[in-house]
Write a protein that binds this ligand. Sequence first.
Ligand code: DHB
Length: 311
Amino acid sequence: MSISTATNIAGVPLASYVCNASGPKCTSYEELAELGRSKSSAIVMKTCTILPRKGNPEPRLAHVGKNRLLQSMGLPNLGYEKYIGFSKKLKKYGKPVIASIAGFTLDEYDALAHAFQKSDAALIEINASCPNIKGKSQIGYDFGQMRDLLSLACDRGGKPVGLKLPPYFDPVHWDIMSELILEYNISFISCINSIGNTLVIDPWKRSTVIKPKKGLGGLSGETIKPIALANVQAFYERLMGQVSIFGVGGIMNGIDAFEFLLAGADAVQVGTSLELEGAGCFGHLDAGLRTMMEYHHFSSIAEAKGKLSYL
Ligand code: DHB
């Protein structure tokens, strides 16, 4: 049986279902070029800000359990101008480059969205969910600010604009966000970001495991998969195929990727897997997904998408 894992996000073709998430190993040009050479179906760049940032004090990332990370990086990045240049240089890898942007004010978001519309990035992901900046709320949890952000940044030229969302735990929040996404013609969403402001304690050292924010950080990896799946399912139902969905959260193997496909994701992004396994993860994930598709007699992503059955 011939199986294709090719897909698309907002009409932009992806040669396979799995690419990297903004986060680990996508900040420097060398790291991005490695993603270009890998089997990742896109090159998602680290969330950038107007000015370069060193990020939070170290230690700021900890491995907590077998397949989990806690991090409070604090947006270390080279500043948006570098990533505009990288988007051009990375074109030689023949796969879509995805810019990820975060402002400290709405004007900054506006300027960044504007700038990347003129870049060689194929898609622009607005990060509305960075949990690690001291004293700043996650815009994704403030629906008033979210509306202001969308009215500014959503329509800045021809490139599809998407939103990286935090996890929601209440159906009313899925309703409100879905209405905003449809009202402002957002082309894709990436859900979910890490679960913000979680605490891991080392009981033997009687200590936190990362330094910033009294040890609070974003949790990622296998623990968050059920939360990510619920968010994908919720948005898939509410957005009715009008908005593409990147599923993100705890995808460690091909079976996990297949679960996101059943829940309605058009493609998936992986952060923790990439951090733990390196760029070889994309080939393993694609092979595992193909095995699951074959088992269930699906030959394409379109055939399998959203085919979750209910008891
Ligand atoms: C960072 C963490 C995030 O979860 C995110 O969405 C953006 C940035 C960080 O701390 O660098």
